[in-house]
Design a protein around this ligand. Sequence first.
Ligand SMILES: O=C(O)CCC(=O)C(=O)O
Ligand SMILES: [Fe+2]
Length: 316
Amino acid sequence: MTAQAVDRYPTRQGVALAPRARHDPVVYPSPGGPLDPAQVRRYAADGFLLLDQLVDETTVAALGAEVDRLVGAPELADAEEVVREPDSDEVRSIFAVHRISPLVATLVASDTLAGVARQLLGSDVYVHQSRVNRKLGFAGREFAWHSDFETWHAEDGMPAARALSISLALTPNFVHNGSLMLIPGSHRTFVPTGGATPADHYRTSLRRQQVGVPDRASLTALVEQAGDIALVTGGPGSAVVFDCNAMHGSSGNMTPFPRTNIFVVYNSVENPLQDPFAAPEPRPAFVATRHVEPLVARQEASGPPATGFERGDVSR
Ligand SMILES: O=C(O)CCC(=O)C(=O)O
Ligand SMILES: [Fe+2]
């Protein structure tokens, strides 16, 4: 057991703590990768970057069929990886989906996705978490505003903000079907949350998060500072890469159109998990991998390289 790192991001201490500046870089030096310098600058400034047409149609169709298969698979019906909606039996999320599906494993390890993570994080990376978020038409409920890093730090023991997520759209992400909202620039501020993490918090938080949600005054300040909220829309195969501390959330889906996305969280191999900083026990491995296994590229799972954020549609 390595010594526990100093807690540079106190949160969930049972008292209100003021937001504080992020201590870690957003982008680390690297020899290069799929992104051009303008894209890297944009990511560093906003805390996210849209990658239009990241994955080709055929691959996306295969992934969509794979998700349908997993949702209907009898052997997964009672699996802990499968999380249902708070008010219905519809499948909301499937966690560790790269462990369950070889097709998703190939995607996750592909240079198209992992190469972006390596470039921005400036090191080898491993998968901290993967999941499909389905957000079915009429049934898909919201995700409250949160910073992923706040949870990963408190509940998983992630010491530094040196991780990112890539969300790949398998269905269209429209303006009205519960697409992801991000607060530009919010990644530079760490917003501690109040309360304390209950035992086995993940069992309820993955359905509807209540602890680890920032207060309204802090959220309002972040939005005022940004001047706006970004809504990430795009067709199947489009993706957004966002920093682990970017403040984000999404509304419920009251349209008939499903919004199915695969989320992959890449953490730097130089940022291994410690004991949780503010939780009684670490969460189980299917929500937070505790074993650092650097990704080795499998066969390429995608088509043309990403060609710039201008073509996508981040509406502000
Ligand atoms: O699916 C979404 O819209 C947001 C999901 C999310 O932020 C999460 O699962 O951490
Ligand atoms: Fe999140």
